[in-house]
Design a protein around this ligand. Structure first.
Ligand SMILES: *[C@@H]1O[C@H](CO)[C@@H](O)[C@H](O)[C@H]1NC(C)=O
Ligand SMILES: *[C@@H]1O[C@H](CO)[C@@H](O)[C@H](O)[C@H]1NC(C)=O
Ligand SMILES: *[C@@H]1O[C@H](CO)[C@@H](O)[C@H](O)[C@H]1NC(C)=O
Ligand SMILES: *[C@@H]1O[C@H](CO)[C@@H](O)[C@H](O)[C@H]1NC(C)=O
Ligand SMILES: *[C@@H]1O[C@H](CO)[C@@H](O)[C@H](O)[C@H]1NC(C)=O
Length: 469
């Protein structure tokens, strides 16, 4: 991760932050209340012919979702630009409205989950400053810190800024730190793929965004579910979008409050970053996710242990083991670092490489920007659906065999997921030795091995994909 790119992303996040659209809010407010969930079993999805190379294709998401979304009251649509037009500074299309609003008390699709809370109202004074590292001197953070009691949080010095270049000393210890950023080190507790070959665990990061509804409409029209790794600072801006994601059957997971590389933060700051995002989700949809994704994939054993102690399993994205990770670089398009065609070419290389894995895979994509949403619904998702050999597109928790109930603390049926909740002992957070490429790691115990990602994937497969159920 280039620091430059990181800074560019931060400034983009800042820009998105001021992207509040009063017109859209008025439109949302006007929409008819459709609290009841209408399940449509035999929806005929609108025939769309989105495919890479078919420029300026339109789709209309006027058909009902089979995932439980209320039937949209009016057709909505958008136009996908030709791939070459998906660049920094492209004219951004108008966004589509929410399919529906859901009333307090509406019943979610998750068995045993609480009903929807009263609609979230953002009071800035009750929250950390948006897009700033969450402060640690609050009652909330003190309370969340207690969740670490009884857990072994490794005493690892925070990195300088989450990059390898800025911290050669930490980079030299990357193997023993289990630092993903420098060398791709993972632990068996990380989810980095779907266990089944040719299965893509689809996810989108950094929303809820201004363009997320276009993506939701598209996914509904294809009867597809995704995992959304959402940012606290965005949730408080667009809570209704999060409600729609959750109520229409997508998986919701934590992606921190301000999207900083977590290895550079103190332990209390990591707790604050995870805790405030978790609280935002809970306040908006009434449940507490058990999955999280570290921004930039930046995780080490300290951050892992904190996350697991707080009840969240880390999810990263797949690496081939040769240093390449399945990052579409779509997030670099709005800033002009890569072009739409370059990002799509990377995606095509990812699919090609994925066919050579013994497992399925997870790819990094985003729903925060017009460019990234257009790439997804106009190009990457259609390419995956038309791919030979046939791919299965699934959400990440589901493809890993985690029952949907267990994706949220309130409805979780498994007292030992994501860990045995005992205050008397250690967690299964790994602390063993080994290293990238160490073949002996394959024989390590599940709780005590450092493995390169490819080996973790192999062990997931060997465990029949039930490792994290
Ligand atoms: C694509 O970009 C070209 C060149 O800037 C422009 O003339 C054209 O109108 C754009 N097409 C669409 C559909 O945005
Ligand atoms: C949508 O997907 C679900 C789950 O895979 C399946 O049971 C259902 O039949 C599908 N519905 C349509 C209309 O394709
Ligand atoms: C773990 O157990 C303690 C004590 O029973 C409880 O306070 C805490 O909320 C539990 N944590 C989770 C993540 O369930
Ligand atoms: C695909 O695999 C090739 C060969 O290992 C590698 O050079 C390339 O970087 C990989 N690309 C992606 C996006 O995984
Ligand atoms: C509960 O979770 C644990 C830890 O992930 C797992 O080993 C176990 O198989 C799960 N049990 C059930 C019944 O899913």
């Amino acid at each position: 991760m280039q620091l430059q790119a990181f800074v560019a992303l931060l400034s983009l996040l800042g820009a998105a932050n001021v992207n509040a659209n009063p017109e859209r809010h008025a439109r949302l407010a006007k929409r008819q209340n459709a609290g009841a969930v209408v399940t449509v079993g035999s929806s005929s999805a609108s025939s769309t012919s989105l495919s890479p190379g078919a420029p300026t294709t339109s789709f209309t998401s006027s058909t009902a979702s089979a995932l439980g979304s209320p039937v949209p009251t009016t057709p909505v649509g958008t136009t996908i630009p030709p791939l070459v037009n998906i660049t920094s500074g492209m004219a951004t299309p108008s966004t589509v409205p929410l399919s529906a609003t859901y009333s307090a008390g509406a019943t979610p699709l998750i068995s045993g989950a609480p009903v929807l809370p009263t609609p979230f109202v953002f009071q800035a004074a009750d929250w950390p400053t948006q897009d700033q590292i969450a402060p640690t001197d609050s009652e909330e953070v003190s309370e969340w810190m207690e969740e670490l009691n009884g857990f072994n949080i490794p005493d690892i010095t925070p990195t300088v800024d989450g990059t390898c270049q800025s911290d050669p000393a930490a980079a030299a210890e990357a193997a023993s730190r289990g630092w993903w950023t420098c060398g791709g080190y993972t632990r068996v507790t990380d989810i980095t793929a779907c266990p089944n070959k040719l299965t893509w665990g689809v996810s989108f990061d950094d929303g809820p965004g201004f363009y997320s509804m276009e993506l939701l409409d598209y996914l509904a029209s294809k009867n597809m579910t995704s995992t959304f790794f959402v940012i606290g600072s965005r949730i408080v801006e667009r809570p209704q979008v999060l409600v729609e994601e959750y109520m229409s059957g997508h998986e919701i997971a934590v992606h921190t409050w301000s999207h900083r590389p977590l290895t550079m933060l103190t332990t209390a700051q990591v707790v604050a970053e995870l805790g405030w995002a978790r609280k935002a989700i809970k306040d908006v949809i009434g449940v507490t996710p058990t999955l999280m994704r570290p921004p930039y994939g930046d995780i080490d054993d300290r951050v892992r242990a904190i996350s697991l102690a707080m009840g969240m399993v880390p999810v990263i994205w797949t690496s081939t083991g040769t240093g390449a990770t399945f990052d579409t670089n779509d997030w670099k398009v709005p800033g002009g670092v890569v072009t739409g065609p370059q990002s799509f070419a990377t995606f095509e290389a990812i699919l090609s490489n994925a066919t050579m894995l013994n497992t399925g895979f997870v790819v990094l994509e985003h729903d925060l920007y017009a460019q990234t949403v257009d790439l997804a619904i106009g190009y990457t998702l259609p390419a995956a659906m038309n791919f030979t050999p046939t791919l299965t597109l699934d959400s990440i928790g589901h493809c890993n065999g985690i029952p949907s109930t267990n994706l949220y603390r309130e409805s979780n049926q498994n007292t030992s997921f994501p860990y045995a909740n005992s205050t008397s002992g250690d967690t299964s957070v790994p602390s063993g030795s080994g290293g990238k490429g160490s073949t002996s790691a394959t024989s390590g115990t599940l709780s005590n091995a450092i493995m390169p990602i490819s080996m973790v994937v192999a062990s997931l497969l060997a465990a029949g994909g039930s490792l994290l159920m």
